[in-house]
Design a protein around this ligand. Structure first.
Ligand SMILES: Cc1ncc(COP(=O)(O)O)c(C=O)c1O
Length: 440
């Protein structure tokens, strides 16, 4: 069943108003105009109901307006909305204590709270320079870390993000992200592709271009998000950790999209058995309230008073929402993300067997990417079928988003049930079949 005449009259009118007053730079997808949401369902202003496979770009971790999160926000709003980071309040401290408990390293953690993922990344960049007294960094192709001058320099998923904005930050060299489906480097016998990538960094970058003693940190999304939901090979992080240790370089993991329970563990790096020096978090950390954090080993976060700060850091409402979110993830949704994620991966493998346009299904927990290709042998990306499947999904009541060149990402609320997943996957396959038929 398709929803006829999308966008409806109310949505259409709002989109017209929006176009007159909102910056045209926002990369809008399809014409969805939100009215309200509950759990994994959302309704547009014309009363159409949709199932959500994208969770506000992997943000709405506990579903839309979870009653416990709403209550925490309401209670905090009645007490005070703001105090500024020049002073103290308990929810901020409690949140840092919780982050210390779950941080993916044994050493104690200190946290710097931010307003967004980008600001968390910016914080990590500054702290790495301050702590190491070195100026350079290594980032990765396909990365997305945000759009402020520092973060956008590392971002390398679309040239459009850089065009018109030079000069960017000095001192960032990009290495190829270890994408096992699309390798660009040669592997030696017995070497995994992640190890080959680290060898490339050592031999080609650190030996030939950038002396290691100039490198403050290596910044990498543990599982690449905007670049295509790419899980690096097993050997990558252990080898990268060793390289960082050899040269006194900080390992900085951007877990803004893949962290906070999305992959069925608190942090994606826990799948690889390695401890980083710093992580950045945001998106799912507060169910949609603006909040991010740069979480570092205590011995690394050694900057002096006044060297870095912000007005809204540790915002009371965001911290209250985050505490409620972390409780819910711990009690229910970490497990749910594992179980429903595995269930979805199996179902998608079955769907793949019926649709040759699917080249690969990959992911961990509820961070799943489905990559479309023109041909499984040549692996030429099929952007057309990807975009059309998303559009036709929308017309059938399913919200999806793309990433990379030709990938549909499945990043629903971590609370999504198996039956909702079934409903969504059915709509996904219907949309894909319709797109394939159109392109015959
Ligand atoms: C891995 C990663 N880092 C950083 C960011 C930027 O976060 P924000 O949009 O909250 O500034 C994003 C946003 O998509 C992201 O996916």
């Amino acid at each position: 069943m398709t929803i006829s005449n999308l966008p409806g009259p109310k949505a259409r009118a709002m989109i017209e108003r929006d176009g007159k007053v909102i910056s045209p730079s926002y990369p809008r997808g399809y014409p969805f105009v939100m009215d309200h949401g509950k759990g994994s369902e959302v309704w547009d202003v014309d009363g159409n109901r949709f199932l959500d496979f994208m969770g506000g770009i992997a943000v709405v971790s506990t579903g839309y307006s979870h009653p416990k999160v709403v209550k925490a926000i309401q209670e905090q709003a009645e007490k005070f909305i703001h105090i500024s980071s020049d002073f103290y309040h308990e929810n901020w401290i409690k949140l840092a204590e919780r982050l210390n408990e779950i941080a993916p390293f044994k050493e104690d953690a200190l946290s710097f709270m931010t307003n967004s993922g980008t600001e968390a990344v910016e914080t990590a960049i500054k702290l790495a320079r301050y702590h190491t007294k070195r100026t350079n960094f290594i980032g990765f192709t396909g990365a997305f870390h945000g759009r402020t001058m520092g973060a956008v320099t590392f971002t390398a998923s679309k040239a459009k993000h850089h065009g018109g904005f030079y000069p960017l930050m000095n001192g960032v060299t990009h290495a190829p992200f270890p994408n096992p489906y699309r390798p660009v480097l040669e592997r030696r016998k017995g070497e995994d592709y992640g190890e080959a990538t680290v060898r490339y960094i050592e031999d080609e970058i650190l030996n030939q271009i950038l002396p290691p003693k100039e490198v403050a940190g290596i910044l990498v999304e543990t599982i690449q998000g905007e670049g295509g939901y790419i899980v690096p090979p097993e050997g990558f992080y252990p080898a990268l950790r060793k390289l960082c240790d050899r040269h006194g370089i900080l390992m900085i993991l951007d877990e803004v999209q893949c962290g906070m329970g999305r992959t069925g563990k608190w942090w994606a790096i826990e799948h690889f058995g390695v401890e980083p020096d710093m992580i950045t978090s945001a998106k799912g950390i507060a169910s949609g309230m603006p909040l991010g954090a740069c979480i570092a080993r205590k011995s690394v976060m050694d900057w002096e008073i006044g060297t870095h700060g912000n007005t809204y850091g540790g915002n009371p409402i965001s911290c209250a929402a985050s505490l409620a979110t972390i409780d819910l993830i711990e009690k229910e949704y970490l497990k749910n993300a594992q179980v429903v994620g595995e269930y979805a991966m199996d179902a998608l493998e079955e769907i793949k067997s019926r649709h040759p346009s699917i080249g690969e299904v990959r992911g961990k927990g509820l961070m799943i990417g489905v990559e479309f290709v023109k041909n499984r042998e040549t692996k030429i990306p099929d952007e057309e079928i990807t975009d059309r499947t998303v559009e036709l999904g929308f017309e059938r009541g399913l919200l999806m988003l793309t990433c990379g060149k030709s990938v549909i990402r499945i990043a629903p609320p971590l609370s999504m049930s198996k039956s909702e997943m079934d409903e969504g996957l059915k709509l996904f396959e219907e949309a894909l079949t319709a797109a394939e038929n159109e392109m015959k």
